[in-house]
Write a new protein. Structure first.
Length: 255
């Protein structure tokens, strides 16, 4: 039976049991329970496990070195679910302390399995939102990597920070405006749309787009921004018409 098919009471008991088992593993220098939970077929079990590791890291400083050591080991396992969950656990740590897990993120970015690479992108999103300076510096290193998928994944990974602080990621996004790969440019356009519809974000995005050189990318981005204001109308600060009128006035009439 899956985690969320259990009753709330049973789920709470399961989480408490997992937290105790993981704490005991870390305290005793073992990894048996961690391996069991990190390799579980149920996504929610694995998520509960990596959240537990992150919480222990934040609250039990005496165990931080042990946690980093065990993640080093688990990130090398043949089972991709274990590697994926190790990266997600490292991402929880990177929210408050990026330096010790930076090399794990770099290793995961080049993992052979897509689920591990996706864990890196998800981790960049959550780390970049809370701990942007070192995480965005890390992302910047890979913006012009020879592998187009690395460029695309990094572009996608910095999106979440941009939803609240578009000014932090727009200079990085601009570095991709002349990317030769359509898949990367399409992701770039998608991210520009996603960082445009929250309160006070549209003005920042439009002002920055006025400095871009690739007119085709900018046109597609503007179309996406207008479309996003309809697709996410229940969450947008402006209506689609207001967004279109703003773009007409502040981009086309003053560009």
């Amino acid at each position: 039976m899956g985690f969320y098919q259990l009753s709330k009471e049973v789920r709470q008991q399961k989480v408490a049991e997992m937290n105790r088992a993981i704490f005991d593993d870390l305290q005793l220098g073992h990894d048996d329970q961690l391996i069991t939970y990190f390799s579980d077929e149920d996504t929610y079990i694995r998520k509960t496990a990596y959240l537990a590791v992150g919480k222990i890291y934040k609250t039990k400083k005496v165990l931080q070195s042990a946690i980093l050591r065990v993640l080093e080991v688990l990130a090398e396992y043949a089972n991709e679910k274990i590697r994926q969950t190790a990266i997600n656990a490292a991402g929880e740590i990177g929210i408050i302390n990026f330096a010790p897990i930076e090399h794990l993120m770099e290793k995961g970015l080049f993992d052979a399995h897509h689920s591990v690479r996706n864990a890196v992108i998800g981790s960049i999103k959550k780390m970049g939102e809370k701990n942007p300076e070192p995480v965005l510096a890390f992302a910047k290193r890979f913006l012009h990597h020879e592998d187009k998928e690395i460029r695309r994944e990094i572009c996608h990974g910095i999106e979440l920070r941009g939803r609240t602080h578009p000014q932090d990621i727009l200079p990085l996004l601009k570095e991709l405006e002349h990317d030769k790969t359509a898949r990367v440019r399409n992701t770039l356009v998608h991210v520009l749309g996603q960082i445009s519809y929250k309160k006070d974000c549209l003005a920042t995005v439009i002002l920055h787009l006025k400095t871009w050189e690739n007119e085709d990318v900018v046109k597609k981005a503007l179309d996406e921004i207008i479309d996003v204001h309809d697709r996410y109308k229940d969450f947008s600060a402006l209506t689609q018409k207001q967004a279109k009128d703003y773009i007409d006035l502040h981009y086309f009439q003053n560009h």
